[in-house]
Design a protein around this ligand. Structure first.
Ligand SMILES: [Zn+2]
Ligand SMILES: [Zn+2]
Length: 340
């Protein structure tokens, strides 16, 4: 098979690799859609990698034993290699599994971890089926395109008519705009990047602010009360602050964007007197997958807007260069070519 690799600073390409091999309940998928995520950060920093990606939709092509999927099934590959037996995994919260399987040990240094590849390997129980009327491209948005903010909005129980602020309009935040609109919330989108603010409006946001205008804009829109809920997808401490300051009393904030810096939270004024609820939210419970497919089915045009670009994996260099420009939303690789 072929897979994408990063070989140096702003250097990438495609190499040949052995096909992965099915083992126990781990099955081989032929990858049809491979959404790109944060791998471009390694491309920019010059961190070589031969295992890229964690998002995919594809077709089961080899199983080692009878199980939850069969050859020919169309499935989404959920992230990570969770154990499948702990209380978190059994309850669908596999993303927080503490006993994840060591991929290299289990496969004997085998292939199949990368999703930016023609074939991959996954345990069968985290391969939920794609309904017949949904394409691989659209189903693959159940990974980081729509997934993290779907989980966050479920956790916060965002309901119709509520005002929801999304900060950080990369592909995850833009997916959050789609999810918020699908729930009939009124979405306020915030980002420094004008291209992405415009994209948020195309995806159903009611208004889009740059961060320096946001707090005043929120106050104007809500008669000074604040928004009902906020989801941060930027990971920036200033955006965390905007969420905490921008929600109403008894409001909710979810943190979705990964962050390496510390954010100051003041217990009395922020938490006790405002009475707000903060959520850390990574992905979504596996049992919610059918409902997320419902959101996918209801929004085909918006998903075509969210998927701003598609590339043949052979042209992965062009795809990475586009991502570094910031003028894209979700970028999809097709490992077998654009016409496959
Ligand atoms: Zn587990
Ligand atoms: Zn991702």
């Amino acid at each position: 098979m072929k897979k994408a690799v990063i070989t140096g600073e702003r250097q990438s390409g495609v190499v040949d690799a052995p096909d992965p091999v099915a083992r126990e309940n781990w099955v081989v998928l032929k990858v049809h859609a491979s959404p790109m995520c944060t791998e471009y950060k390694g491309f920019m920093a010059g961190r070589p990698s031969v295992s890229l990606g964690h998002e995919a939709a594809g077709e089961v092509v080899e199983v080692a034993q009878p199980g939850r999927v069969a050859v020919g099934d169309r499935v989404v590959a959920m992230p990570q290699y969770p154990c499948g037996t702990c209380a978190l995994c059994v309850s669908g919260e596999y993303i927080h599994c503490q006993e994840s399987v060591n991929f290299s040990e289990f496969t004997g240094e085998g292939e199949g971890r990368a999703t930016m590849a023609q074939m991959m390997l996954k345990p069968d129980w985290i391969l939920p089926p794609i309904p017949d009327d949904i394409s691989y491209d659209h189903a693959s948005m159940a990974c980081c395109g729509l997934g993290p903010t779907f989980g966050a909005q479920e956790r916060m129980d965002v309901h119709p008519g509520e005002i929801l602020m999304i900060t950080g309009l990369g592909p995850v935040g833009l997916g959050g705009v789609v999810n918020g609109s699908d729930r009939n919330a009124r979405v306020i989108a915030v980002d420094t990047n004008e291209w992405r603010r415009k994209k948020a409006l195309d995806l159903g946001a009611e208004v889009a602010f740059s961060p320096d205008q946001a707090l005043e804009g929120i106050r104007d829109l809500t008669s000074g009360l604040g928004v009902d809920a906020a989801v941060d997808c930027s990971g920036a401490p200033a955006a965390h602050r905007l969420g905490i300051d921008g929600v109403r009393r008894r409001g909710r904030v979810a943190f979705v964007g990964e962050c390496s810096e510390d954010t100051v939270i003041r217990i009395s004024p922020d938490m006790i007197r405002k009475g707000i609820t903060l959520h850390g939210s990574w992905h979504y419970n596996l049992s919610l997958f059918p409902r997320l497919m419902g959101a996918v089915r209801r929004n085909p045009d918006k998903l075509e807007t969210l998927i701003s670009h598609r590339f043949d994996m052979a042209n992965v260099q062009d795809a990475f260069e586009l991502q570094t420009s910031g003028e894209c939303a979700k970028v999809l690789l097709r490992p077998w070519g654009l016409d496959a």
